[in-house]
Design a binder for this molecule. Structure first.
Ligand code: ARG
Ligand code: GLU
Length: 709
């Protein structure tokens, strides 16, 4: 008995955790048996086939940051409300506020084009590792290596795109040990079709974000448009709804715990191979400081937004973005600690080294790599930390920084631009830029953020890495910036751009916002960036070796390549969880729970009168299960940021719901997956349909879809 148990435990350890992993759809052969054993009825060819229609043709990389899925023969696409948030927000005004009231186009003509949004569909994926590796040698420096990879990538991508309207890219996998080529058709005419009010699509707000039990109707509806030949094309009034190769049928079947689930999408990034040194830096130093910086910004944004409808719309996306990562990071650190992740990392590192000691060749290649990585980390982490703080301050903090630096070109190259006849073009660009900037900018709020974050930045970063006089001068400089800067005064700036001359370049160069931004940026590029880059290059080389050793010395492990915004599949099952002592979560929530959370005093838990009426009626039609309307459910798929909007597909390939979150206790799965508590959160497709049908009264959309009962 003991022996059997030992074998069972041992083989689980070797096979990896059952639900862990995000697999490339063109390499499913090794998962085939496992998936079938868990109930999958589809063949791997039905999931991914570059030569014939397959589920992959219905999966969309949305704007590079989310996923969407096609659900009708007319290019109708679902994603999350928070993925469509900016599109909805951009079309909102205080008078016509789609964020608050929702939006439902009654016909094609009312669908709203969203400039800049893209929908990419994968045509095929090829393993080009051998072709790339042929160009590389161990003697190459990191720069030579990068150049060689760039060159062969250009050649292979060029060949893949030749004579088509496709886009191709090559990405590294397993820390640069393998390379795959991705070919996409990129659609650029994407239109907003429908969105529920935030009281449904963002119900629970930041309070419930990353939290189970959850009651958010986090979905929005778009349509992909194509030219008359059904090919991707720039926006044109005469474009027509795209006819997809494949669209997902929708399941109205009852669900139960244990049902097979497959998440198909574009997860952004994971770091499963961080060494103990890196993970410790992350948990003890880097993330706590970033959390602190964001906390301060959020504390200032919240009251400003609550007190003013204009500011609320202006800052809605920015606030959500900052708050989202802030809360996730807190969850990750907590989860990693509870999981004793550092101990587990160290244990594995011991095991790795013991393995390497078994063979001379392994010993030469791999024995020292973990120590090398951990030492390198210790020696350089002050630069990595300063870089993180710079990003938080310069790109997430006060907003004027990167905006004012965009005036560098005209300030420094005025004569050249003039001689080349490109001056007016640059002025027009800057005019457009400043209009966009001021549309969503509140100077008073920005100044408060500046006053709060600057001293914090100074206290976190090593003195010698900062601009010399910053400590003493920032307050004075800050006052001048917000009082005097031409670049932060929309009226004066518009006038100055209208009659732009040589003198104006002087004004820009002496502008207090411009000089301050340049000072912060300059110090970073002089003191931090070269050191950080040198470190990152060495780290990259060592990580490649480390993971190569893993692939070679532990061939029986169920390995998967870290997420990198490429197409992946994660499989699991509908499942509740018991993340902490004394807690036992069931796997679904219902509309009754929305009513329990309803709180007219709390902006995160409001409901519209229409919703309250419909609830009273209780007309759930086809969408109910045993008289209940499910809102969300949890499953055991391994997902991460970017998987938002991903379809959750059943054993037969039908749509069960839309992935939109993970539970707080499970966010550490970006570094370490834990089967017992990692759960993704999904909005049930039947709730989505109920909202479209009964709340939005958009039955014309329901008519486009195909259902399976
Ligand atoms: N946590 C989810 C994700 O990482 C959804 C975030 C949107 N919701 C919010 N309240 N900020 O993207
Ligand atoms: N909400 C996330 C997204 O936008 C998904 C949640 C996660 O990180 O798993 O992709």
């Amino acid at each position: 008995m003991k022996y059997l148990l030992f074998i069972a435990l041992f083989s689980v350890a070797l096979a990896g955790k059952a639900d862990e992993g995000m697999f490339l759809p063109f390499q499913l052969k090794k998962n085939k048996k496992d998936m079938a054993a868990r109930g999958l009825e589809l063949s791997t060819k039905e999931i991914y086939n570059p030569k014939a229609p397959s589920v992959k043709d219905a999966i969309v990389s949305l704007g590079g940051f989310c996923t969407g899925e096609i659900i009708s023969a007319k290019g109708l696409m679902l994603t999350n409300h928070h993925c469509g948030f900016d599109a909805i927000r951009e079309n909102s005004t205080p008078e016509n506020d789609y964020l608050t009231d929702g939006f439902w186009a009654q016909d094609y003509s009312e669908e709203k084009p969203i400039p800049g949004l893209t929908a990419s569909i994968v045509i095929r994926i090829d393993d080009v590792t051998k072709l790339v590796n042929k160009q590389l040698s161990d003697q190459m420096s990191e720069d030579q290596r990068d150049a060689a990879i760039r060159e062969i990538s250009e050649e292979l991508c060029g060949a893949a795109m030749d004579g088509t309207n496709y886009f191709a890219e090559i990405k590294p996998f397993y820390e640069g040990n393998e390379f795959y080529l991705f070919v996409y058709e990129v659609f650029t005419d994407i239109r907003l079709v429908g969105a529920p009010p935030s009281a449904i699509g963002k119900f629970g707000g930041d309070t419930d974000n990353w939290i189970w039990p959850r009651h958010t109707g986090d979905f929005s509806v778009f349509r992909i448009y194509a030219d008359k030949n059904n090919a991707a094309a720039e926006y044109n009034e005469n474009n027509i709804p795209y006819t997809p190769i494949k669209s997902l049928p929708i399941s109205l079947k009852p669900k139960q715990s244990g049902d097979f689930t497959l998440v198909y999408g574009f997860p952004g990034s994971t770091d499963q191979h961080y060494t103990s040194g890196k993970l410790q830096f992350y948990m003890d130093m880097e993330r706590p400081a970033r959390i602190d910086m964001r906390q301060k910004t959020l504390d200032l944004m919240k009251p400003a937004m609550n007190g003013d409808a204009k500011i609320r719309i202006q800052y809605a996306s920015k606030q959500a973005r900052i708050a989202n990562a802030w809360k996730k990071w807190i969850g990750q650190i907590g989860g990693l600690k509870e999981l004793h992740a550092l101990d587990k990392k160290r244990e594995f590192e011991e095991e790795y080294m013991a393995k390497a000691a078994e063979k001379t060749e392994w010993k030469t290649n791999y024995f020292s790599v973990i120590n090398d990585l951990n030492t390198l980390q210790k020696e350089n982490e002050k630069f990595e930390f300063a870089r993180a703080m710079f990003i938080e301050y310069f790109y997430v903090g006060p907003e004027f920084f990167s905006y004012v630096l965009d005036f560098s070109n005209i300030a420094n190259n005025y004569e050249k631009l003039d001689a080349e006849g490109k001056l007016q073009e640059e002025i027009d660009r800057l005019n457009k830029k400043q209009k966009g900037f001021f549309k969503n900018y509140n100077k008073e709020l920005d100044q408060k953020i500046f006053n709060r974050l600057t001293p914090l930045y100074i206290s976190y970063v090593d003195n010698e890495l900062l601009p010399d006089d910053l400590k003493y001068s920032w307050q004075r400089e800050g006052d001048r910036i917000y009082e005097k800067s031409l670049l932060l005064n929309p009226d004066k700036l518009t006038a100055a751009l209208d009659k732009f001359g040589k003198k104006t370049t002087k004004k820009i160069k002496n502008d207090p916002a411009f000089t301050f931004a340049l000072k912060i940026y300059g110090a970073y590029f002089k003191n931090v960036s070269p050191n950080y880059n040198g470190f990152a290059d060495k780290q990259e080389q060592l990580m490649k070796t480390y993971v190569k050793g893993m692939l070679e010395m532990f061939p029986d492990r169920k390995m998967w390549a870290d997420a990198n915004s490429t197409m992946r599949i994660a499989y699991g099952k509908v499942d509740g969880s018991s993340p902490r002592d004394g807690m036992e979560y069931i796997h679904y929530t219902t509309i009754d729970g929305i009513m329990q959370k309803y709180d007219p005093q709390n902006p995160d838990f409001q409901l519209t009168s229409r919703f309250l009426e419909l609830y009273k009626k209780g007309d759930y039609g086809n969408y109910a299960q045993d008289g209940e309307l499910w809102v969300c459910f949890t499953a055991s798929n391994h997902t991460t940021g970017g998987n938002s909007g991903s379809p959750v597909i059943d054993a037969d390939g039908n749509l069960m719901g839309i992935n939109f979150d993970r539970s707080w206790e499970s966010t550490m799965s970006d570094f370490m997956f834990d089967e017992s508590r990692c759960r993704n959160i999904v909005v049930d497709i039947r709730y989505v349909l109920w909202v479209i049908d009964k709340y939005g009264e958009a039955s014309h959309l329901i008519d486009e879809m195909t259902f399976v009962k």
